[in-house]
Design a protein around this ligand. Structure first.
Ligand SMILES: C[C@@](CO)(OP(=O)(O)O)[C@H](O)COP(=O)(O)OP(=O)(O)OC[C@H]1O[C@@H](n2ccc(N)nc2=O)[C@H](O)[C@@H]1O
Ligand SMILES: Nc1ncnc2c1ncn2[C@@H]1O[C@H](COP(=O)(O)OP(=O)(O)O)[C@@H](O)[C@H]1O
Length: 293
């Protein structure tokens, strides 16, 4: 049986602005997205039984229909009337419910895997159109690299790569609901919008400083007052030499951007010592777009 291995990359939001709301409750966003080298590993193979079988290395990851991998496989199995089943072995390394799009990245990888295993010949764009039915960030997780994300997350524009740097990600041991954070943002009277256009220009100029001085995420307006640990981690990272630090997505993960690996590692030890987070990784931007959907 043919077996394929895929890497599902985590993402961070360098910029996240909310500009409106659709009638179905989804928010209109303007986000600068960046993939990370941090990844989950998926091993996929076709099985004769008409089932979607998922196994995961961590006990708390759902392996039933609520797993986004299951939904991705089911979507293509139904559309293409595939009779065989699929087995997926998930090795999860991306912190879960963290604002790092781990589930969306897994779903994106599963779509790509199904496309290859069953020779469906769908283009990247065709996969992205299906991906958004699973989650707003799935199309971006198919594209990867540095991108501007608009609409609810499905309108994507490729951007020049983030200049090389080191990224420290730290997830505090709290859980926040993405839906809840967006709903609570609606209670805010208005907010200062992050300079997304300026960040795009900085990327075009290849200026890391231009990016780091514009890091901004309006969802922090909801989470930072409620969870002081987020501000605490940001402060520790800044004190240890980060060029900038921000919460990713709906949180609670905080990342810091460093010019040198050694600084990132010192900051990593400081965050660990402070007890503010246990899941902490030093990683780098991942810049390869998916060319082989
Ligand atoms: C906040 C972000 C930023 O990149 O990332 P995460 O924190 O999830 O990583 C995304 O907008 C999350 O995208 P994703 O997690 O794929 O969203 P979905 O599963 O489609 O939606 C979860 C819930 O979030 C809300 N939602 C999501 C996206 C969006 N543009 N507007 C919304 O209001 C909806 O209430 C929805 O029910
Ligand atoms: N493949 C998956 N990996 C992780 N979580 C998943 C997956 N499929 C479904 N989930 C569920 O989705 C929730 C959010 O997961 P995740 O994608 O890691 O969050 P976020 O979008 O905030 O990064 C989890 O609590 C989990 O129950």
């Amino acid at each position: 049986m043919q077996k394929i291995v895929l890497k599902a990359r985590a993402k961070i939001n360098l910029g996240l602005d909310v500009t409106g709301k659709r009638e179905d409750g989804y928010h209109l966003v303007r986000m600068v997205m960046q993939s990370l080298k941090l990844y989950d590993r998926l091993e996929m193979c076709v099985i004769p039984e008409p089932e979607i079988r998922i196994r995961a290395n961590l006990p708390f990851i759902p392996t039933d229909q609520t797993n986004l991998i299951w939904r991705a496989a089911d979507l293509l199995r139904r559309e293409f009337r595939i009779e065989e089943g699929i087995s997926v072995d998930l090795n999860k390394r991306i912190p879960v419910a963290a604002g790092l799009a781990g589930g969306s990245a897994d779903a994106a990888a599963a779509l790509v895997g199904m496309n290859r295993l069953f020779h469906l010949r769908l283009s990247g764009e065709e996969l992205m159109n299906r991906g958004v039915k699973i989650g707003a960030d799935v199309p971006y997780c198919i594209m990867r690299g540095t991108a501007l994300s608009e609409g609810i997350g499905e309108k994507l524009t490729e951007l020049p790569p983030l200049p090389h740097c080191w990224i420290l990600v730290a997830k505090p041991g709290i859980s926040v609901s993405t839906k809840g954070v967006y709903i609570r943002l609606d209670e805010q009277k208005g907010w200062e919008h992050p300079d997304i256009d300026g960040m795009v220009r900085a990327l075009e100029e290849g200026s890391l400083e231009g990016v780091t001085e514009r890091l901004g995420n309006v969802l922090e307006l909801v989470t930072v007052p409620e969870y002081p640990v987020i501000a605490k981690i940001k402060q520790t990272m800044m004190e240890k030499g980060a060029e900038g630090a921000l919460m990713s997505g709906s949180g609670p993960t905080v990342y810091g951007i460093f010019r040198e690996e050694a600084q990132a590692r010192i900051a990593c030890s400081a965050v660990r010592k402070s007890g503010a987070a246990r899941q902490i990784y030093v990683t780098e931007p991942f810049q390869n777009r998916r060319t082989d959907a």
